[in-house]
Design a protein around this ligand. Structure first.
Ligand code: 5GP
Ligand code: MN
Length: 342
């Protein structure tokens, strides 16, 4: 685990200097860790009397809007002028669960133009240099790291049941329900602290995992039945999903959450790639088992990155071409693995 104590101390000093206006930003297509960390941090700032606004370049998926303060997030797509004004007026910008402004979509230019100091709290490799960088790739999630930051700045007592629920949402979703990236005892000590702070674990599980609707189940069923292909030579599963299929099953943000993990449960499959034709561009999601670094593959060919076992990318090409590119680069990826002794 990385010791961020000095950086946290510097941030504590900054937060203690007079009246501050802060902005909190998750990454584009926020997931449970991004939304959970924004919710938890905003609620702590609320308690200590620091002004905050959560800004998003897109929209936080509906299944995460139960998190405290998340429904007050301001979308750049809906209110660009308000976002620009808040960024221009801000003293500090918190960048949560991402390592570069390039993951902030259309907010990026306005964040860069703002005179505010920037604070990265994140667990992805290679964070951009910013005024404050609190980063550790060994933790399970940004929410785990944020708990450490909060307890060092304000003490554990600051954690209310709502904050505990938000932090647990990020820890649980970023580890696939505590299956991967969660072998360190610290993660469980923090969960124990969250339970002591009043975490309602059953409620969080219900909100995240038991909110299926029929159209979502049918979309996933269709993909698994008709779209999932396992490569004949390499242990790779691919699932291409067209815009037409998303429309047919009344797709909403978040409906495909978790699907990319399912093929990994097939014996001998160690990489799963979901390729989805979104309205703007094609989105790729990569997952792997063991020490297979799918982030390298995402970075090398698909404008992306992420973690060893969970990465993503995007392409401005037709779906069929992206699928072709994935298939063409499979031998390259496995050659790399062989060369690095994996
Ligand atoms: P997901 O497949 O759930 O969208 O993303 C999995 C992981 O990859 C997340 O940790 C996310 O931060 C990262 N990731 C997803 N898309 C991108 C991308 O376009 N660029 C980069 N650098 N990382 C991504
Ligand atoms: Mn994360």
């Amino acid at each position: 685990m990385k010791n961020n104590a000095d950086e946290i101390r510097r941030l504590k000093e900054r937060l203690g200097q007079g009246t501050l206006k802060t902005v909190i930003i998750p990454h584009i297509s926020a997931d449970g860790d991004a939304a959970g960390s924004c919710s938890a941090l905003s609620e702590v700032l609320q308690q200590v009397g620091i002004e905050w606004h959560i800004l998003t370049c897109d929209f936080i998926p509906e299944y995460l809007r139960f998190l405290k303060n998340i429904s007050s997030a301001i979308s750049f797509q809906e209110k660009p002028e308000e976002c620009k004004r808040l960024l221009a007026d801000a003293d500090l910008i918190f960048m949560l669960d991402h390592n570069t402004v390039a993951r902030e979509g259309d907010l990026e230019n306005w964040v860069v133009a703002s005179p505010a100091g920037r604070v990265i709290i994140d667990h992805h490799p290679d964070p951009d240099p910013q005024q404050y960088v609190i980063s550790d790739t060994q933790v399970s999630s940004t929410c785990e790291l944020l708990y450490i930051v909060m307890s060092q700045i304000w003490g554990k007592e600051i954690v209310t049941p709502d904050i505990a629920g938000a932090l647990y949402t990020g820890i649980n979703t970023d580890t696939g329900g505590l299956s991967h990236n969660s072998s360190h005892p610290q993660t469980y000590r923090i969960i124990a602290d969250l339970l002591e702070a009043g975490l309602d674990k059953a409620y969080i599980h219900e909100r995240i995992y038991q909110m299926n609707n029929l159209s979502r189940l049918r979309l996933i069923g269709n993909v698994l039945l008709n779209k999932l292909e396992v490569n004949e030579q390499y242990p790779v599963a691919i699932m291409p999903i067209t815009r037409e299929e998303l429309d047919r099953y009344n797709y909403k943000d978040g409906d495909l959450e978790g699907l990319v993990n399912i093929p990994l449960s097939v014996h001998n499959v160690c990489v799963s790639v979901q390729i989805t034709e979104r309205r703007e561009r094609v989105k790729l999601s990569f997952r792997s088992k063991g020490n297979v670094p799918v982030n390298e593959w995402a970075k090398a060919f698909f404008n992306g990155g992420g973690h060893l076992n969970a990465a993503g990318g995007q392409m401005d090409l037709p779906l069929a071409e992206v699928v072709r590119k994935v298939k063409e680069t499979i031998p390259w990826f496995f050659e790399q693995l062989k060369n690095s002794g994996i």
